[in-house]
Design a protein around this ligand. Structure first.
Ligand code: C2E
Ligand code: MG
Ligand code: MG
Ligand code: MG
Length: 283
């Protein structure tokens, strides 16, 4: 009887009659396998200081190209990884891989800051700080080159625990950025309570910056707010020279975006820094 049932199940899973639920289960299965076998790669998007026009750091961004599913966007599989808990081992891998890469660049003479996206689930784990410490020790990376990107929503979870975690990371010399700033559910009060270093203006405010006066007001205010609180500010998703001009006039500190560079494989980053004159892209 069980065998017959098994047969039915097999038919049910045939691609042609696969339902959305089954698609998700299949992706979860593939993601689990990819996690076990560490079948991910990282790409790195350069971050440019708007005043000096120099590359000062990169943001590590994960990529997954599955043998059967093809390339899956991080927004899709990171959400699934969060649902299933797989984001913990995946996040561990990202941390170690990115720190290794940053250390390798240091050894070549390029001390680039390494920005790493941290999922709320990772951040909330009691062993998060000790994991970061362990990876820093293992990779020998200077902690002041490590920048962890968290979101406003992370800080909502448990204010007391989040505060302690941030304090301990700061003690190590690590810097903290608030990613997608302006899109979360937090009140602004956390800005004066938590020890953070940088606000990353969400790309949704940058997209129509040149034509939308509301976005202009928001971006101008975020830059002022950051500077008045002695925080640094980075604009994400900068795609046109007009956007750069606007951000320059308001003294935004740094930017990243397709205008300057897409996220690049590790081996292309140093080549890029040493061959391309950033100013060419910005003139
Ligand atoms: P994010 O942290 O806000 O990363 C910025 C996203 O904007 C990246 O998308 C990047 O490729 C994209 N981007 C950069 N410049 C431009 C531009 O000029 N125009 C436009 N339209 N987009 C630009 P990506 O790589 O698809 O990642 C999406 C999100 O997935 C990230 O948003 C981040 O929240 C998450 N993610 C990526 N890698 C990781 C990771 O290693 N761990 C975790 N937990 N999340 C990650
Ligand atoms: Mg980010
Ligand atoms: Mg993010
Ligand atoms: Mg972002």
């Amino acid at each position: 009887y069980a065998k017959e049932r098994g047969k039915d199940d097999f038919q049910w899973y045939h691609p042609s009659i696969r339902t959305e639920h089954d698609e998700k289960l299949f992706m979860e299965k593939r993601l689990r396998l990819a996690t076990e076998k560490k079948r991910f790669t990282l790409v790195y998007q350069p971050q440019i200081n708007l005043r000096t026009k120099k590359v000062v750091g990169v943001e590590a961004l994960i990529r997954w190209n599955d043998n059967e599913l093809g390339p899956i966007a991080p927004s899709v599989f990171i959400a699934l990884a969060e649902e299933t808990g797989l984001v913990i081992p995946i996040g561990d891998w990202v941390l170690e891989e990115a720190c290794k890469q940053a250390k390798a660049w240091c050894n070549e003479g390029d001390a680039l800051r390494m920005g790493i996206n941290i999922s709320p689930l990772q951040f909330q784990r009691p062993d998060f700080v000790s994991k970061v410490k362990h990876i820093l020790r293992k990779t020998q990376l200077d902690p002041t080159l490590l920048d962890l990107e968290i979101t406003e929503n992370d800080l909502l979870y448990s204010r007391k625990e989040s505060f302690k975690t941030l304090e301990r990371l700061k003690e190590l010399g690590i810097t903290i950025s608030i990613d997608d700033f302006g899109t979360g559910y937090s009140s602004l009060s956390y800005l004066r309570k938590f020890p953070i270093d940088t606000l990353k203006i969400d790309q949704s405010f940058i997209q129509e910056l040149v034509e939308n006066s509301n976005d202009q007001a928001i971006v101008t205010s975020i830059i002022q707010l950051a500077h008045n609180m002695n925080l640094k500010v980075i604009a994400e998703g900068v795609e046109t020279k007009d956007m750069v001009d606007f951000l320059n006039e308001r003294q935004c500190d740094e930017m990243q975006g397709f205008l300057y560079s897409k996220p690049l494989p590790g081996n292309e980053v140093t080549m890029f820094i040493n061959q391309v004159n950033p100013e060419d892209a910005l003139e």
